[in-house]
Write a protein that binds this ligand. Structure first.
Ligand code: ZN
Length: 318
């Protein structure tokens, strides 16, 4: 099986807990990922909303050093271009893409974006849940992209860095679409309209819906050539007692119904949240793939969702 994942928080989680990226009991490690015939994994350095300015940058650097040491030791190629991705897959069948989750990493300085680029970062999620110097996250008061955010997005386009709109407030989302020519990514999101139908009312539900993409956003992303990675976070898929695989299938089916055959991918959020047991780990992916097959997705579409759509996107964008 081939597997491509657009988002995991394994780096920051492993480092903060003093665990190994090679082997651990969390959702993802190198040993399990290496079992796939081909594996492309996006590793995000998550910037907590409690960190700003120089502290946010230092936090990135510490995690970057931790991750780089591992990649050197294990000869995991962190790809910086489409050619490098192609080469890595034909050489060893695996590749890592380095991302940052939270534009707070820049501390309000555009020069930091070039520092990130030099370190191999090719994808940045503009916000986490709160507000930062760029924009408003889905748990903040909300609002449009800020002037600094516009400068960053436009510099990212020129650099060929991928703009990730997961976590972003809806007003900011449309600003990003309006000002970009290149496709953008929602690396780890679910469908708001599926959540509205399937979950009992609660504060948690309200947050999950704001964190998800509504149908209008999904259609807008689609016409912009964008990509959505399906998030496996338990509360973003459905009620806690629900079956994770069935919930994931509902979200995937809805996105496909909206014409998303070419835009649906996986953005697991491994090691970034609590998941249903049947989705909680990269080793569960073969069973999930089988469940997609058994539920009418067809082999060609499964290959697109679990690998090809993401690969195509990276090959165009990197
Ligand atoms: Zn996230």
């Amino acid at each position: 099986m081939r597997f491509l994942d657009l988002h995991c928080d394994t780096v920051t989680e492993c480092r903060s807990r003093g665990l190994s990226l090679e082997n651990n009991a969390m959702h993802l490690d190198y040993a399990r990922g290496s079992r796939f015939d081909q594996w492309v994994q996006t590793f995000a350095v998550w910037i907590p909303d409690t960190l700003r300015g120089a502290d946010a940058w230092q936090y990135f650097e510490d995690n970057y050093d931790f991750f780089s040491r591992f990649c050197d030791q294990s000869a995991l190629p962190v790809v910086r271009s489409s050619d490098a991705l192609h080469q890595a897959l034909s050489d060893g069948g695996r590749a890592a893409v380095l991302a940052v989750e939270g534009g707070a990493v820049l501390g309000g300085e555009i020069s930091r974006l070039y520092d990130l680029y030099d370190r191999g970062v090719r994808l940045m999620t503009l916000t986490w849940n709160g507000e930062n110097e760029l924009a408003f996250g889905c748990q903040s008061q909300g609002g449009r992209l800020k002037l600094f955010g516009r400068q960053v997005v436009s510099a990212m386009e020129k650099l060929r860095m991928i703009v990730d709109v997961s976590h972003l407030d809806r007003a900011g989302f449309y600003d990003v679409l309006e000002m970009t020519e290149r496709p953008v990514l929602a690396s780890h999101s679910t469908s708001a309209s599926v959540l509205e139908k399937t979950r009992a009312d609660s504060t948690d539900k309200m947050f999950s819906i704001r964190r998800a993409l509504d149908d209008r956003q999904i259609l807008a992303l689609r016409s912009h050539g964008g990509l959505i990675g399906l998030n496996f976070c338990g509360s973003f898929l459905g009620d806690p007692g629900d079956d994770g695989v069935q919930a994931a299938l509902r979200h995937a089916a809805h996105i496909v119904e909206l014409g998303g055959e070419e835009m649906l991918s996986i953005g697991s959020d491994f090691d970034g949240c609590t998941m249903h047991a049947d989705l909680a780990g990269i080793d569960k992916m073969p069973a999930l793939y089988e469940a997609f097959l058994q539920n009418g997705f067809g082999r060609a579409l499964c290959e697109k969702i679990f690998f090809e759509n993401g690969l195509h996107f990276f090959k165009n964008m990197l």
